[in-house]
Design a protein around this ligand. Structure first.
Ligand code: B12
Length: 310
């Protein structure tokens, strides 16, 4: 790696740290052939359930060169969202950790925009590119792996050696070449199958394969219909999203809390009792989840889920 390129990498990494990102990695844009096969198989099995959007833009999803003009490098970033404190009432309906505070799409995109502007101002004045975080046909986890940030675990989540899997992923896809010598980490789940064994609905149908039709996260967030009766009594009190397959993972047992202020929940959130949840009216719902991911399900969606847990 030449000295100037090395200096550029340092500048970008330092800025990412200053912005609060938990880690950053770089990968050369290419056609993701192996992931393409996995994605095709997943779609053939109808594991996408009602998420029709996962069938769209297949070629762009497996090759960013078809998504971003003149794309050369994918800069992947991670943001830890491990909460400082979990919900206190053990009987209260549970909300997935990623949805405690402000919606990560806003938080990560804002930071990526600043990072992009920084690179343009300080390194490449003719920089072009786009920011992504679960916001377009991009295989976020595959790029994080290619950038050397972790491996895809049996629960299909990206696992980082130090941070665990309670991390969100974003990318900058840019028209400039950067050194990308970060070698992908080897899968380190070993013989462990705790995540697969823990899933109460059997959604992890095999290692690295998730059938969304059976996933509590899908059924409580993306699913717009009634929740099928076969799952009655199997949700372990999850009212929005689910963290069971991640809580079961030993790589998360020592996860450090996030430093991201935007991910802090409303001050009343962790103390809410079961009764408080079942008495949640629309006004209170809006205050509690102002700018939060739960707002996407709307008050009526959360009520459907709470009703199903009874
Ligand atoms: C669709 C989707 C969902 C769906 C389906 C999940 C899924 N596993 O596909 C549902 C609604 C269920 C969901 C749930 C959740 N999601 Co989601 N979701 C996505 C989305 C939009 C696309 C994922 C995707 O491409 N799926 C297609 C399948 C084929 O991909 P895959 O399951 O990741 O499989 C890969 C590997 O497992 C491997 N593979 C597949 N089969 C096989 C077979 C073998 C033999 C091998 C070796 C490998 C292999 O190749 C595949 C392609 O790279 C991404 C954002 C994005 N644009 O990438 C977020 C994303 C994956 N979700 C995220 C989060 C946080 C969650 C939840 C934790 C939220 C929650 N608490 O409720 C759960 C986790 C559930 C789980 N175990 O995956 C994060 C994950 C961060 C991380 N550390 O991995 C992402 C990356 C969003 C982001 N930008 O941060 N999600």
């Amino acid at each position: 790696m030449n000295l100037i390129a090395q200096q550029h990498l340092h500048q970008i990494k330092d800025k990412a740290t200053e912005l609060g990102f938990s880690d950053i990695g770089f990968a050369k844009v290419e056609h993701l052939k192996e992931d393409e096969e996995h994605l095709q198989k997943w779609l053939d099995n109808n594991y996408q359930a009602g998420m029709g959007y996962m069938e769209n833009h297949f070629e762009k999803r497996v090759n960013p060169a078809k998504l971003v003009e003149d794309a050369k490098t994918v800069i992947s970033v991670l943001l830890n969202y491990t909460p400082k404190e979990l919900q206190k009432d053990p009987g209260a309906p549970k909300i997935a950790r990623y949805a405690y505070g402000k919606d990560y799409h806003f938080v990560i995109k804002d930071k990526l925009k600043i990072l992009f502007d920084f690179i343009k101002e300080n390194i490449f004045s003719d920089l072009e590119g786009r920011q992504f975080t679960d916001s377009a046909p991009v295989l976020d986890r595959a790029w994080a792996v290619k950038s050397g940030l972790g491996w895809i675990g049996k629960n299909t989540n990206l696992i980082h050696k130090k941070l665990g899997s309670f991390v969100l992923i974003g990318e900058l896809i840019i028209n400039k070449e950067l050194p990308t010598n970060e070698t992908p980490l080897k899968e380190a789940c070993g013989g462990c199958t705790r995540c697969i064994d823990a899933c109460p609905t059997g959604a992890l149908v095999a290692s690295y394969q998730l059938d969304a039709n059976k996933c509590i996260s899908y059924l409580t967030i993306e699913n717009r219909d009634e929740i099928p009766e076969v799952f009655k009594g199997k949700f372990n009190n999850w009212a929005f999203g689910c963290d069971i397959c991640q809580e079961a993972c030993p790589w998360n047992w020592k996860a450090r809390p996030t430093k991201e202020k935007e991910f802090e929940p409303h001050p009343d959130f962790t103390s809410m009792s079961k009764d408080n949840w079942y008495a949640l009216d629309e006004e209170r719902f809006r205050k509690l989840f102002k700018k939060g991911a739960v707002k996407r399900a709307k008050h009526i969606g959360l009520l459907r889920n709470l009703e199903f847990l009874k």
